[in-house]
Design a protein around this ligand. Structure first.
Ligand code: GDP
Length: 332
């Protein structure tokens, strides 16, 4: 692979490369949008604006579940099925543990080995880096780049450890929660918040001795779901069972995703949800830009650290601190 100096790749080169589905340029563009260098900001924006007219056409699906639930095995089987059906699939994986533990749950093992060899699949891991908000931001932009490169299904995979699900829910159309059998009250309580966000739930590893237990779990979750508000308009989430080992139940889950898209396209909800998501994106951008600018001022004057110290001691209210931050930003 020829080394391309990012400083010498023009916006047009990025745009044309991505639109042609050139994998090297797609990978370079994905690295560019993850760059935190202020010097890259304007190039990044020009690239994204250049590809924007060719975006929006993918089925954006979020897939979450606890470590070990069987995400990568499931995604590989589902992915191979989609490739077989003629889809082009991009998989963006977010691992919120990677920063804390300095190792990555998702990256520790060779994942999706067969799928990664397919020409119709593109897999891109993202470490959480310094902030989860930042990852959501990059992932939104990554989805757009993958769509522009011709991928018509985008999976956003995240490890369900609590913080990341809501972020992912806000950037995808359909949100799938993977769970294992075992329907104790404790498990339900833990999952309730995430269950409310899900458009579909699937119990994994339903093979061998698990089959009986899984049926009970399925009924319990299906009953629990009736009392939760449906995440999406006019959509009643279902609980599926599947086994990636036996390749069972996977087709039904995908049928449900396709059914969702058809129904939500027809009733206008899909567009409504994407419009709302763009507003959340705007909100996130504002917050991160203001923080970035203020941190810059702090670098010069130490004022953010001073204010933080005062807030910590309770000698100044956080809202007063924010007023001062904004005043300083305006005066610059
Ligand atoms: P992840 O951490 O959620 O990505 O989970 P993995 O896909 O790595 O799977 C975790 C473990 O569950 C591995 O040992 C897999 O072999 C096993 N596993 C995955 N899918 C199945 C399945 O359909 N049936 C059974 N019995 N085991 C599975």
């Amino acid at each position: 692979m020829q080394y391309l100096d990012p400083n010498r790749v023009s916006a047009d080169q990025y745009i044309n490369g991505v639109l042609e589905g050139d994998l090297v340029m797609l990978a370079r563009a994905l690295s560019l949008i993850e760059s935190s260098r202020i010097a890259d900001t304007s190039l990044k924006l020009r690239v994204l604006e250049g590809i924007l007219p060719k975006t929006g056409n993918a089925l954006r699906v979020g897939i979450t579940g606890a470590p070990g639930v069987g995400k990568s095995t499931f995604i590989e089987e589902l992915g191979l099925m989609l490739v077989e059906k003629g889809y082009k699939l991009a998989i963006l994986t977010i691992d919120p543990s990677s920063q804390r533990s300095r190792g990555s749950i998702l990256g520790d093992k060779t994942r999706m080995d067969k799928l990664s060899k397919s020409d119709s699949a593109f897999i891109r891991p993202t470490a959480a880096g310094s902030s989860l908000g930042g990852v959501a931001q990059h992932t939104r932009e990554s989805i757009l780049l993958c769509e522009a490169a011709g991928y018509n299904v985008v999976f956003v995979e995240t490890v369900g450890v609590g913080q990341s699900e809501i972020q992912v829910r806000n950037i995808v159309d359909y949100f799938l929660l993977l769970m294992i059998s075992g329907a104790g009250d404790e498990l339900q309580g833990l999952k309730k918040g995430v269950m409310e966000m899900a458009d579909g739930l699937a119990i994994t590893k339903v093979d061998g001795e698990n089959i009986h237990k899984a049926k009970l779990t399925q009924t319990t979750f299906q009953n629990a779901l009736q009392y939760l508000v449906p995440a999406s308009s006019e959509w009643q989430p279902k609980v599926f069972t599947c086994s990636a080992f036996n390749k069972t139940g996977i087709e039904d889950i995908w049928d449900n995703v396709e059914q969702y898209f058809q129904q939500m396209k027809d009733n206008g909800y899909l567009e409504h949800q994407r419009q709302n998501q763009r507003l959340i994106w705007l909100d996130d951008c504002m917050r991160s830009e203001i923080t970035r600018h203020f941190q810059q001022i702090n670098k010069d004057e130490g004022s953010f650290e001073r204010l933080k110290g005062q807030v910590q001691k309770g000698t100044i209210l956080p809202n007063r601190a924010v007023v001062q931050i904004i005043e300083q930003l305006i005066s610059k």
